[in-house]
Write a protein that binds this ligand. Structure first.
Ligand SMILES: C[S@@+](CC[C@H](N)C(=O)[O-])C[C@H]1O[C@@H](n2cnc3c(N)ncnc32)[C@H](O)[C@@H]1O
Length: 229
């Protein structure tokens, strides 16, 4: 465990030689097409203000100001800090948002490109331009084919490009993959580390942004990099 910033960072240690999960692990209570569930826009926030503030500080420390970032499972807000908003406005940073609701994405001022795509129906991202980084906030638990999604993002990332999967403990219980509800918070972080490992990422780490003490939402990032060469 190291603390290069104000946050505790530990390495993810691979623990399975072969993919350990079964189809049942990805079954959900609500297996109707996701388009139905997300047809009504939700213009709310899914983590508390303190967690949003901390996430914005984390992004300030790790995200590039130039190039192209993909925010997948995005909505009307990406939680980017003011510096990145300015960079996006000036055009030096291009932020692509992918999500389920056109209304939500249209409200998100940091996005330059907005793509509505059900990643459970079509897990490959459609863009071909290189990505400098990717983010996903409190949503990896909704994806039934996370490795395919993460592989397709890895293929687009520049060498050394990093994906940041931000995790808390609230969810729409009928729409998360079944195993998410059956395991502890710490096991969820290991499972997401497994997703990145089997999707071919390197230098996978777990960052604790807040541990949720004092009735605050906990917040972790499981992150990995595309190999340098
Ligand atoms: C809890 S919200 C989080 C939204 C946003 N990242 C935030 O922090 O406010 C979950 C998001 O996951 C996205 N999502 C859920 N299922 C999806 C799917 N099958 N394909 C693509 N996105 C999906 C939805 O668009 C929704 O905005």
């Amino acid at each position: 465990m190291s603390t290069t910033t104000q946050w505790a960072i530990r390495d993810y240690i691979p623990r399975h030689e072969n993919w350990p999960y079964t189809a049942a692990d990805f079954q959900r209570m609500d297996e109707f097409p996701d388009g139905e569930f997300y047809s009504n826009p939700r213009l709310c926030t899914h983590i508390d203000d303190q967690a949003i503030h901390t996430l914005s500080q984390y992004y300030d420390a790790v995200l590039p100001r130039k190039g192209r970032i993909l925010d997948f499972c995005s909505s009307w807000v990406s939680h980017f800090p003011p510096d990145l908003e300015v960079a996006a406005k000036s055009g030096s940073l291009h932020v692509v948002g992918m999500g389920m609701s056109q209304v939500e994405l249209d409200r998100n001022p940091v996005l330059s490109t907005r793509i509505v795509q059900d990643l459970n129906a079509e897990p490959a991202i459609p863009m071909t331009d290189p990505l400098d980084a990717a983010t996903c906030v409190v949503s990896i638990d909704y994806l039934t084919q996370p490795v395919k999604v993460l592989e397709s993002i890895r293929d687009r990332l520049v060498p050394g490009g990093q994906v940041h999967l931000v995790i808390s403990n609230r969810c729409f219980p009928t729409k998360v993959v079944g195993r998410w509800l059956r395991v502890s918070e710490s096991e969820r972080l290991e499972m997401v580390g497994d997703y990145l490992h089997f999707a071919g990422y390197e230098r996978i780490e777990v960052v604790t942004l807040t541990d949720g003490s004092g009735w605050r939402d906990p917040l972790w990032v499981v992150r990995g990099k595309r190999a340098e060469s």
